[in-house]
Write a protein that binds this ligand. Sequence first.
Ligand code: GRG
Length: 313
Amino acid sequence: MDFPAELKRHVARVERGLDQFVPRADTRPARLHTAMRYSLEAGGKRLRPVLVLAAAELFTGPTLEPDGEATIPKSEIENRKSQIQNPIPAAVAVECLHTYSLIHDDLPCMDNDDLRRGRPTSHKQFDEATALLAGDALLTHAFALLAENYPAPLAAALVRELANAAGSRRLIGGQMEDLLAEKKSDATPEELEFIHLNKTAAMIEASLVMGGLIGGAGETEVATLRQAGRHLGLSFQIIDDILDATADTATLGKTAGKDAKAGKTTFVKLHGIEASWSIATKHSVETRASFTNLYGNKAFLGALVEMMSCRSR
Ligand code: GRG
């Protein structure tokens, strides 16, 4: 498998999907739709939507390894191939939801940041009210995409998964505890893990699970994808903390060094850079180990995790 080419192919599919499944910028009210597209089109790594595509095509994709460890009967694979739904609307939904969370996170009442994805943040480019509404609209659009593009039972499962990941116990709950922890500046390791598992890992987990559901994953496979997402999410956030402490703003496309400046408790503050790298690596290894329990095109997912474990932005 040519990993860079495969990644490029998936990212290009996501970009085309964003263009196809998000209202045009000149849709009335144009200011709102322009703001929604401004943040989406600023780029980003597209990790979450690529995870949706890769998980959806685990069992059916064009690069399915014929000699994979088959843990499901051949007839079941044929069944999945004939029933697979288009994963692009779900990938776009996940990216819309993620982008809403970034827009709102950057607002003055939250992280108050000027730069995101290498561009002025939404409230800097437009104004606070427009940024708030663009985030609200992206959040709502994510669920419309799922409801409109999948048959009823699958749509319900996807909506449930995304709503749980993005709701008060997970993404928003993680953000709430993050804000509370910032005020104390002495969060405990347990609080930090709650924040990471919910603010960051929930959406990564949901991306893999949603892809799996579209690809016809059964209960055991869904549980495996969830477990993999949890480890990948933890590794991703620990590396995010490391990069905040070590990388520069131009490379990150967002303000670097914010955590230390705010006196925030992070993995780096609790464990130091070196130990943080080794804990992140441990979670990446666990992520890849989870994939060994799955049948199908695991090579791409494994290589993606490997790439994320030594990312520089
Ligand atoms: C406002 C409900 C609400 C939640 C905000 C996303 C978020 C929660 C906060 C942003 C700050 C942060 C460090 C979040 C952890 C998740 C994370 C590392 C987000 C950035 O994801 P990337 O690096 O961003 O994948 P790109 O731009 O590449 O998509």
